[in-house]
Design a protein around this ligand. Structure first.
Ligand code: FNR
Length: 350
């Protein structure tokens, strides 16, 4: 029934996955106060090495990218050393792991980086979001500062340095977090990008930052080790706008030319439909992207396997069920019952 999930899959000449099940990136807020991964995190990832590929929880590229407590970083030597323990644990158990590189943009909060002396929240435009930081409701979101062109260039450099740090820390590659309403995604949607310079208004301009980050990382670590997650449908910290379609119509074929390791849909439920995409985000991407596509979002192994058989995407990422079942892959393979996920499971790393 789920046999196709257990076929190996060559992403390219460098990387072959032992099966088609990916562990989706899952923020756990369990790094220490210096944002260094802990031994408990190494054990947690090590236990999930049966996945064809683990994508790490989102990892911030620099201090002002932080929007949630205790999310790990990849900018200090101690953080790189901490991640090396994690990647060693995964490799010793026969797995592979990519780092997901993250800057939260307008949902960052200076509370987390006040020690750097900066009070700025960096975003494409000075358009804030309503609300406050989850789990720390006293921290309301601020109106961000529209990044200057020089600051954008600095961000691109910091993404590529974080990618180089990821390779140094033993990761097999990186997934750039271009999804879910965070910094890169903020450039790609009209709700958050109101710029009138070369980073705004037209599809080409609005795609510029994403492509500059991709190109800078590819140059540093290779296209074979670089992947990207995108959310063409706005659904989180972002309002939809039908003009966004043209942005992705331009961006996605440009990405295809870069021959990346894969493109990953950023969504919580694949069944969600978007008027301006004529349906699901995954179907939209499949219709304009001819290389490896990773599907995700409220799938079981069975429904995911069927979606792959029906050519809806090539690889299946599993999120919440992987939190509930460290041995998810074995359980599916052996047709054993799964433990059901619940939000209380987020309070500890098992
Ligand atoms: C997520 N998700 C997520 N996505 C991402 O790109 N980076 C991240 O760090 C996180 N963090 C995160 C934490 C938690 C607790 C949840 C539940 C989700 C989204 C995740 O990768 C995935 O897209 C969704 O969970 C949908 O897949 P499942 O859980 O239905 O298999």
């Amino acid at each position: 029934m789920t046999d196709n999930l257990f076929q190996s899959y060559a992403l390219n000449d460098t990387l072959t996955l032992k099966n088609r099940i990916l562990m989706a990136p899952l923020t756990r807020c369990m790094a220490d106060d210096e944002l260094v991964p802990t031994q408990a995190m190494a054990d947690y990832y090590g236990r999930r090495a049966e996945a064809g590929l683990i994508i790490s929880e989102a990892v911030i590229i620099r201090p002002d990218g932080q929007g949630y407590p205790n999310t790990p970083g990849l900018f200090s030597p101690a953080q790189i050393d901490g991640w090396r323990v994690v990647t060693d644990a995964v490799h010793q158990n026969g797995g592979k792991i990519f780092a997901q590189l993250w800057h939260t943009g307008r949902v960052a909060h200076p509370h987390f980086y006040q020690a750097t002396g900066s009070q700025d929240v960096m975003a494409p435009s000075a358009v804030g979001v309503e609300g406050s930081v989850p789990r720390m409701r006293e921290l309301t979101y601020q109106t961000p500062k529209a990044a200057l062109v020089e600051e954008i260039a600095e961000l691109v450099k910091d993404y590529s340095q974080a990618a180089a740090n990821a390779i140094d820390a033993g990761f097999d590659g990186v997934e750039i977090h271009g999804a879910n309403g965070y910094l890169i995604d903020q450039f790609l949607h009209h709700d958050s990008n109101r710029r009138s310079d070369e980073y705004g208004q037209t599809p080409e301009n609005m795609s510029r930052f994403a492509l500059e980050v991709v190109d800078a990382i590819v140059e540093r670590i290779g296209n074979d080790r670089t992947a990207l997650r995108v959310s063409p449908g706005a659904y989180f910290n972002m309002a939809g706008d039908s003009r966004d379609r043209e942005v992705f119509d331009y961006l996605v074929p440009e990405l295809e030319k870069r021959d990346l390791a894969f493109l990953h849909v950023g969504i919580f439920d694949d069944a969600m439909e978007f008027d301006y995409l004529d349906g699901r985000a995954s179907s939209y991407l499949r219709s304009i992207y001819n290389k490896t596509l990773v599907g995700v979002g409220s799938f079981s192994a069975e429904t995911g396997s069927t979606a792959i058989a029906e050519d809806k995407f090539d690889l299946l990422a599993i999120g919440r069920p992987f939190i509930a079942n460290p041995d998810y892959v074995e359980r599916v393979r052996d047709s054993k019952e799964l433990v059901e996920y619940s939000d209380e499971m987020l309070t500890s790393l098992v």
